[in-house]
Design a protein around this ligand. Structure first.
Ligand code: ADP
Ligand code: GN1
Ligand code: MG
Length: 374
């Protein structure tokens, strides 16, 4: 993606229905995909409003208008539900700020797509688990989120990224990257390539079960990292699930698993010292407890049984995606240092290994809760 110039930002800001005087603008958050900015407006003498402005990643999201249709449809659906439940629709779901032309996005003179949300104040999106309670509350929020979308018309959702969690397709893309080796990096990652090949079986764990109709496709979030949920600073509750770009029909196990991959790790996703990386069974149990509470009995017994597989498959898939991007020259995930994607890949594979070592414990913990909900 090309760099964003001051002029481009000014042009875009001018197209949205913002009120007041712009007092600052700064790059914001630690997402790997979009370009996010925080803007502060002063309104009158006393008031102020913070907004999020995002340039959508056009290389990744090839159909931004359809993507925005998903976001609009889902947030309107959530808003209705939140109001029915007596919640606060201004804070508990994303609120898009319209453009001056009435649309919910802006196309700039470079052909880039932008959208803007009201900034959710007095809430935090955490990059790592600071308190286990936050992780628990994030789990309740992601579980509930799935419940709130359980009656959303799945057929109306556009596929924003085809085969997003099709692990087999990810494997084929990985093989292609190895074969082409466009950056000449293959020789330096022999061990990691070997790891993927040894774990090929993980790429089809859910396929047969979906085909046989033994596990349902649900409307899922598909990117359930801890920093994609806002935790209320005052109440400590999971307030709002954000980053709705990948809402598509998917598997409950994958939403569960992606959260474990990121939040139950004892180290950051890009930690270099692999001795620090492991999957914390206490955090695994905490998240499981919260997620099942949030899902409120909606998961089938089979889905619950398969939750540990979700954790292993999502972690493996993510590691493989980081490795593929490294081999292809880091065009997908934003990187902030040399070998960043390789470092990320290594933490994921270390986690997979650790999960394999703790597999019986993971299954035992899961079984304990499955029995409670059966
Ligand atoms: P990416 O796809 O790049 O991860 P996100 O939509 O997750 O983009 O946004 C990046 C970060 O910006 C989030 O992790 C969060 O910290 C912050 N953010 C996004 N939307 C809001 C919002 N409405 N209110 C407060 N913070 C937000
Ligand atoms: C990306 O957008 P963000 O940073 O929340 C990615 C996820 C990966 C994650 C790895 C659309 O999530 O699939 O699991 O990075 N999102 C997309 O940290 O590819
Ligand atoms: Mg994000």
């Amino acid at each position: 993606m090309n760099k964003i110039s001051k002029e481009e930002l000014e042009e875009v800001i001018n197209e949205f229905q913002y009120e007041g005087k712009l007092v600052f603008i700064k790059p914001y958050g630690s997402g790997h995909i979009n370009d996010t900015f925080l803007l502060k407006y002063e309104i009158g003498y006393m008031g102020s409003l913070n907004v999020i402005l995002q340039r959508m990643n056009r290389e990744i999201f090839e159909k931004p208008v359809e993507l925005m249709e998903n976001v609009i449809g889902v947030t309107e659906h959530l808003k209705k539900k939140i109001v029915e439940m007596g919640g606060d629709p201004e804070r508990e779901t994303l609120n898009l700020i319209p453009a001056k032309n009435g649309k919910k996005y802006v196309i700039d003179s470079q052909g880039e797509y932008w959208r803007s949300y009201i900034y959710i104040t007095d809430a935090t999106s955490y990059d790592k688990v600071e308190k286990p309670e936050d992780f628990y509350e994030s789990a309740v929020a992601f579980g509930k989120f799935q419940g709130l979308l359980s009656d959303y018309p799945a057929e109306s959702l556009h596929d924003t990224i085809r085969g997003f969690h099709d692990t087999k397709a990810r494997f084929l893309a990985f093989q292609n990257a190895v074969e082409k080796d466009i950056c000449g990096r293959k020789a330096s990652v022999k061990k990691e390539i070997e790891f993927v090949l040894e774990h090929e079986k993980l790429t089809t764990v859910f396929d047969t079960l979906i085909r046989k109709g033994e596990i349902p496709l649900r409307v899922t979030h598909n990117d359930t990292k801890l920093n994609n949920v806002m935790i209320d600073d005052k109440t400590g509750k999971g307030l709002c699930v954000i980053d709705l770009d990948t809402i598509m029909p998917g598997l409950a196990m994958n939403d569960f698993g992606d959260s474990i991959r990121f939040g139950a790790s004892t180290a950051a996703e890009d930690e270099i010292d692999l001795t620090k990386v492991s999957c914390d069974m206490n955090l695994y149990e905490i998240y499981l407890r919260g997620f099942l509470k949030g899902c409120n009995g909606k998961l089938t017994s089979k889905e619950m049984e398969l939750l540990p597989f979700g954790a292993k498959v999502m972690t493996f898939e993510c590691g493989m995606r980081f490795l593929t991007d490294y081999l292809e020259g880091d065009h997908y995930f934003k990187i902030h240092r040399e070998n960043h994607n390789l470092d990320r890949c290594r933490t994921q594979f270390k986690l997979v290994e650790d999960m394999e070592n703790k597999w019986e414990i993971m299954q035992k913990i899961t079984e304990k809760y499955r029995r409670m909900y059966k």
